[in-house]
Design a protein around this ligand. Structure first.
Ligand SMILES: Cc1ncc(COP(=O)(O)O)c(C=O)c1O
Length: 401
């Protein structure tokens, strides 16, 4: 008879046999998997035999998510990560090393810009930034010297510029570069960059794919040879997605389409309404005919998301008054969730830039970025009307010292 603790350890790890398939993917909350013998363990660890050995390498719940993402992005393979930034990092360093050059859109997410400049820059990978809507400038940057990667976002933050994936993929390939896209603002329901020639598509699944602001995750999809390299980076750098997190993302993924339909309908209704209001200088929503990229949207988007931006007359004072008057949105800087979120980029995500730099980046002082959630459209319209009233009041009031 073995001792109590020995029996307790064995008894508590005995997984039940289940002959009927569960209708949701179980959470394989384990770091390790036991092989039949030493040969099997070696073979699984070396990849000579399919199976599981250690959850930083592979875990059934995260593998289920990766397979689902591959299918929905229109890819043969995908890999998942502990965050969107981890996915972006692994994608970039799987393709570029010391001495290599990247050409990137100058309108990328702040942490991505910092990753390119500070982290990869220190490792001897240089990035040249260009306006991704200016294809002559992109071609010139690619022609200026060998480049490994052309990097862009489907919809830029907060200017809502739309990248022409077909054109950018063509330019990248003509110059021997891989085209890597961050599709976070759209999600694979709205746009599938691989269908337009991208080599790798990255998503912060923290946003629309997870959809509920309760999990951090990242995904990369593309050709199996490229995904093998991406996976190798993850294995050696960590950033594995936890099984519970993978379960939450799978749960979000199941309703991505219906959520996005509602996000899109409500955001489009609000954007159309804002375009007609006094005190609103400009509205940037991909589904409005006034959007400069509406022809690209027609070719490459299947729907809208909940993302748009609008600029108030009256600059910072008006924008802050609008934000403070809102009752429904949560005061947070994320996006892609059931909750509506409104941010003022000049005082949050882009606060390092002075007014001249903001102007150069196409960001007016009164610009607000909205991620419209799943609340009732009538309630959001009433809340935004109250915000506009407060913004107009702040604009009329004499400035305080
Ligand atoms: C466009 C975009 N890409 C990537 C990320 C990073 O994602 P995560 O926070 O999951 O690392 C963000 C986060 O806000 C984002 O907005």
């Amino acid at each position: 008879m073995t001792g109590f603790s020995t029996r307790a350890i064995r008894a508590s790890a005995r997984a039940p046999r289940v002959d009927q398939h569960p209708t949701s993917v179980p959470i394989y909350q384990t770091a390790t998997f036991a092989a039949e013998d030493a040969d099997e363990l070696d073979a699984v660890l070396l990849g000579a035999q399919p199976g599981y050995a250690y959850s930083r390498l592979d875990n059934p719940t995260t593998t289920a998510l990766a397979d689902a993402i591959a299918e929905l992005e229109g890819a043969e393979a995908a890999h998942v990560f502990g965050s969107g930034m981890a996915a972006i990092h692994a994608s970039l360093v799987s393709l570029a090393g010391t001495g290599d050059r990247i050409v990137a859109s100058n309108a990328v997410y702040g942490s991505t810009q910092s990753l390119l400049v500070n982290v990869l820059g220190r490792l001897g990978i240089r990035t040249d930034f260009v306006d991704a809507t200016d294809h002559d400038a992109v071609a010139a940057a690619l022609a200026a010297g060998p480049a490994r990667i052309l990097y862009a976002e489907t919809l830029s933050n907060p200017t809502m510029i739309v990248a022409d994936h077909a054109a950018l993929a063509g330019l990248a390939h003509r110059h021997g570069a891989a085209y890597v896209v961050d599709n976070t603002f759209a999600s694979p329901y709205v746009c599938r960059p691989l269908e337009h020639g991208a080599d790798l598509v990255v998503e912060s699944a923290t946003k629309y794919i997870g959809g509920h602001s309760d999990v951090l995750a990242g995904t990369v999809a593309g050709h199996p040879d490229l995904i093998d390299e991406v996976r190798r980076v993850q294995i050696d750098t960590g950033a594995a997605l936890a099984p519970l997190a993978a379960f939450l993302v799978l749960r979000g993924l199941a309703t991505l389409g219906v959520r996005l339909d509602r996000h899109a309908a409500t955001s489009t209704a609000l954007a159309r309404w804002l375009e007609r209001q006094d005190g609103v200088r400009q509205v940037r929503h991909p589904m409005l005919p006034s959007h400069p990229g509406s022809d690209i949207v027609a070719r490459q988007f299947h729907a809208a998301s909940g993302m748009f931006a609008f600029e108030l007359e009256g600059g910072r004072r008006a924008a802050r008054a609008f934000m403070d008057a809102l009752l429904i949105p949560t005061r947070t800087a994320s996006l892609g969730s059931i909750h509506t979120m409104v941010v003022h980029p000049p005082s949050t995500t882009h606060r390092q830039l002075d007014d001249a730099q903001l102007e150069a980046a196409g960001i007016g002082p009164g610009l607000l970025r909205c991620s419209i959630g799943l609340e009732d459209v009538e309630d959001l319209l009433a809340d935004f009307a109250g915000g506009l009233e407060a913004a107009r009041g702040a604009t009329r009031a004499p400035a305080t010292a």
